[in-house]
Design a protein around this ligand. Structure first.
Ligand code: ZN
Length: 352
């Protein structure tokens, strides 16, 4: 069993303050907006960390907010990104700062803590999840909470509700709008979940194994009934061992898994090692597609929203792992031809 297999645990009081922590990491930033309320006349200038948070703030804040993100693109890795002096300036110039938390933004603890001391309001969108009892968060065996909660629509809609409540405290005049937006966002997430489950149900159960570069898909697995395996742990800063690569090659060969997946914000190196390892054992492993893991798509694309990025992932995975129906629900006559046309991987054919 991989040493970063996640398990669901009841969170203890260590998470009571906000965005989760383990004993060997710095204390989390207090997630709630301080007593200060917004007193400006125009839209609230919100600076977010990732573009997934930017999407959430837009969905809930609507025209009451003007939002930018520090890590605003599909190729940026929030685990390893270190804020520049310009980023720090942008954070300190904001009316409000919103971040994901649970140590996703591994190098932002210092800057976020310093904002709090300067009296700049900061919201952690996973603050509500951290306080839940019993918790729906997943943890590693080392007691570290998995930050990739956006891949479970039920958890992400809760983050939307939490954000709406926090925004209402900061900007009471917008309370009704935030509350209406949170209801609409809940509906969007539930529709996305239903669509995703329907598409994933077209993949035969024995093929529902998702192998990726880093362990960002455990919530996804729980929501969409998949088994997931990854080369690296929940942070891209963890070091993968050769042994882990060998374990995964064995799993892929033994189970004749057709495809593995690269990620938009993570180097392809470890996935390439899996393909090479399988090739050496005459198992033809394909790259099934490039998934969004820690970021949504570029501005102006369908995948700029979390819902769009999630459905993109689901369609790529279903196609590459051999769905028995197309994403539109029609039967697939020739699964190999369909997969090739759509750029996905075909079912693996082992050489003699
Ligand atoms: Zn990640």
């Amino acid at each position: 069993m991989p040493n970063f297999r996640l398990r669901c645990l009841l969170m203890t009081a260590v998470f009571g303050a906000g965005c989760g922590d383990s004993s060997d990491t710095p204390p989390p930033v207090t997630p709630t907006v301080d007593v200060e309320q917004y007193s400006g006349s125009g839209p609230i200038h919100v600076v977010c960390t990732t573009n997934i948070i930017k999407d959430l703030v837009r969905q809930i804040g609507g025209d009451r907010v003007a939002v930018t993100a520090i890590m605003d693109g599909p190729g940026v890795d929030p685990h390893s990104y270190t804020p520049s002096p310009q980023d720090t300036n942008a954070l300190t110039a904001a009316d409000l700062v919103v971040y994901s938390g649970l140590h996703l933004e591994g190098h932002f603890d210092g800057p976020l803590e310093s904002l709090k001391h300067r009296g700049i309001p900061v919201i952690c969108v996973t603050g509500g999840l951290s306080n839940e009892q019993p918790s729906r968060l997943l943890q590693t065996e080392d007691g570290i909470a998995d930050p990739h909660v956006w891949f479970d629509p039920e958890l992400w809609l809760s983050c939307g509700e939490h954000l709406a409540a926090e925004l209402s405290q900061f900007d009471p005049d917008g309370k009704e709008q935030y509350s209406t937006s949170a209801v609409a966002f809940t509906e969007l997430m539930r529709t996305t979940l239903t669509q995703g489950v329907e598409i994933m149900a077209t993949v035969p159960e024995e093929r529902r194994v998702l192998v990726t570069a880093h362990d960002a898909f455990e919530y996804f697995a729980r929501a969409f009934n998949f088994r997931v395996e990854a080369v690296q742990g929940i942070s891209t800063e963890s070091k993968p061992g050769l042994r882990r690569v060998d374990e995964l090659v064995k799993l892929l060969v033994d189970n004749r898994i057709a495809a593995v997946f690269t990620e938009q914000s993570v180097s392809d190196r470890n996935i390439a090692a899996l393909v090479a390892g399988c090739e050496a054992q005459k198992h033809n492993l394909k790259i099934g597609g490039r998934l969004f893991s820690d970021t949504a798509g570029a501005e102006g694309t369908e995948e700029e929203t979390l819902a769009g990025a999630l459905l993109h992932n689901i369609r790529q995975i279903a196609t590459a792992l051999g769905a028995t129906e197309s994403a539109a629900g029609e039967p697939v006559q020739n699964s190999n031809a369909t997969s090739q046309q759509s750029g996905g991987a075909t079912e693996a054919k082992d050489s003699q």
